[in-house]
Design a protein around this ligand. Structure first.
Ligand SMILES: Nc1ncnc2c1ncn2[C@@H]1O[C@H](COP(=O)(O)OP(=O)(O)OP(=O)(O)O)[C@@H](O)[C@H]1O
Ligand SMILES: [Mg+2]
Length: 334
C-alpha cells in the first residue's frame, strides 16, 4: 500500500543500518508494481552509486526500467546557492564592492546552517519536480531533526538571508548595499517576510523588489514542501534499524521527534536479522542476544508496522542483489 498509494517516501535511520540498500530495493519493488520512481540521495558519499554499482552523481540517471536516480551534492548545492545570492547583490552594487561581496560569501559558506539551508531548498525543488514527473519519489536518508526544524519554520530561511544582510550592515563598505536592500516605508526590517501573502514588494524600487521576490518565492516553496511532508495521504516515513541496542535507542528518539514535527511515520524496517539457518556456537550466542533486542523493538514500537529483512551472506551490491532484497521486502509485507 505504501508503494502504490503514497507519492513520497522518506527513509531514515542510524548510520550504517541499511537505509541506502532498503531505499534502493523499495524503489525497484515499486517499479515491479508499475510505478515510475525517482530515487534521491543527499549523502555526499555517493552511496547510491555504490549500491547500484555504477556512477550516478548530481544528474537524473536511468538505473532500471522506470527507475531514475539522483545524488544531490551538498557542496555543489551551497556553492550554487551563494553564487546566485552574490550575482544578485552584484547587480545592485558598484564594482568596487565585488571583493567584499565575495568575502562575505566565503564566510557564509562555512556558517552554521548554511549547508542545510541550501540542501533543504534543493530538496524542496526536487520534491516538486519529482511529484510532477514520477509516480513516486523516494529519499534515501530522511532530513535530520535539525533540517526538519528549518522546514517547520519557513521563516528560518528568511532569517538566514536576513543574517547575511545584517552581516553586511557591520561592514561599512557595504552600507550602500544595505541601504538598497532595506525595505522602505517603515517595514519591519528584522522580519520583512512575516506575512508571505502580504504585498511585500508594493512601493519598493526595482532592486528591493527583485531581492524580496526571491525571498518570498523561497518561503512559499518551503511552505508547500512542509504541507506535502506532513500530509499522510501523500507522504510516508520509514525507519530502518537493526536488532541492536544503539539503533533501537536512536530510533526511539527519532520516532519521538518525528511525531513532534507531525510527520507521517508509517513503519520500521528491521534489517539484518540472523536467519534461522545460520548455525554454530557463535551465532547461537548472537541469536539469543538478538531475541532480546527483537522483543525490545516489539515492546517499544508495537504500535508501528514492522517489516523484517534477514541478514544476507554478502553485502548488497548491484541490481540483482537489490532485486533479491526487493523480493524479501515484498515477503515482509511491503
Ligand atoms: N540485509 C542485509 N544483509 C547483508 N548486508 C546488508 C544488508 N543490508 C545492508 N547490508 C550491507 O550493509 C552495509 C550498509 O548498508 P547501507 O549502505 O544500505 O546503510 P546506510 O544506512 O545507507 O549507511 P549510511 O548511514 O552510511 O548511509 C552495506 O555494505 C550493505 O550492502
Ligand atoms: Mg546510505
Amino acid at each position: 500500500m505504501l508503494l502504490t498509494e503514497k507519492r513520497l517516501l522518506l527513509i531514515g535511520g542510524k548510520g550504517g543500518v541499511g537505509k541506502t540498500t532498503i531505499s534502493s530495493a523499495l524503489a525497484l519493488l515499486a517499479t515491479h508494481r508499475g510505478k515510475s520512481v525517482l530515487l534521491v540521495s543527499t549523502d555526499p558519499a555517493h552511496s547510491l552509486s555504490d549500491a547500484f554499482n555504477r556512477a550516478i552523481g548530481d544528474k537524473i540517471t536511468r538505473l532500471a526500467p522506470n527507475l531514475d536516480g539522483l545524488e544531490l551534492d551538498p557542496d555543489r548545492q551551497i556553492a550554487e546557492h551563494l553564487a546566485n545570492v552574490s550575482a544578485q547583490l552584484k547587480r545592485f552594487t558598484r564594482p568596487e564592492m565585488y571583493n567584499e561581496i565575495e568575502r562575505q560569501m566565503r564566510l557564509t559558506r562555512h556558517s552554521p546552517g548554511a549547508q542545510e539551508a541550501a540542501m533543504l531548498e534543493r530538496m524542496a525543488n526536487v520534491i516538486e519536480l519529482g511529484l510532477r514527473d514520477y509516480d513516486l519519489v523516494i529519499f534515501d536518508t530522511a532530513p535530520t531533526g535539525h533540517t526538519l526544524r528549518l522546514l517547520s519554520l519557513p521563516e528560518a530561511m528568511a532569517a538566514w538571508t536576513q543574517g547575511l544582510l545584517n552581516a553586511n550592515k557591520r561592514s561599512e563598505k557595504l552600507g550602500e548595499v544595505l541601504s538598497h536592500l532595506t525595505p522602505k516605508g517603515g517595514r519591519d526590517v528584522s522580519n520583512p517576510l512575516a506575512d508571505p501573502s502580504e504585498h511585500a514588494t508594493a512601493g519598493m524600487d526595482e532592486r528591493n523588489k527583485a531581492i524580496t521576490d526571491t525571498l518570498l518565492a523561497r518561503q512559499r516553496l518551503l511552505q508547500r514542501t512542509r504541507e506535502i511532508l506532513t500530509d499522510a495521504s501523500q507522504t510516508a516515513l520509514l525507519f530502518v534499524l537493526t536488532p541492536e541496542k544503539l539503533p533501537i535507542l536512536e530510533t526511539g528518539r527519532a520516532v519521538q521527534s518525528l511525531l513532534q514535527e507531525k510527520l507521517p511515520l508509517a513503519g520500521l524496517v528491521v534489517n539484518r536479522i540472523l536467519p534461522d539457518s545460520a548455525d554454530g556456537q557463535f551465532l547461537v550466542a548472537r541469536r539469543s542476544q538478538e531475541k532480546i533486542h527483537l522483543a525490545q523493538i516489539k515492546q517499544d514500537f508495537g504500535h508501528l508496522p514492522r517489516y523484517k529483512v534477514p541478514l544476507q551472506t554478502t553485502d548488497i551490491q548491484g541490481l540483482s542483489a537489490l532485486q533479491h532484497i526487493a523480493n524479501l521486502l515484498q515477503q515482509a509485507g511491503l
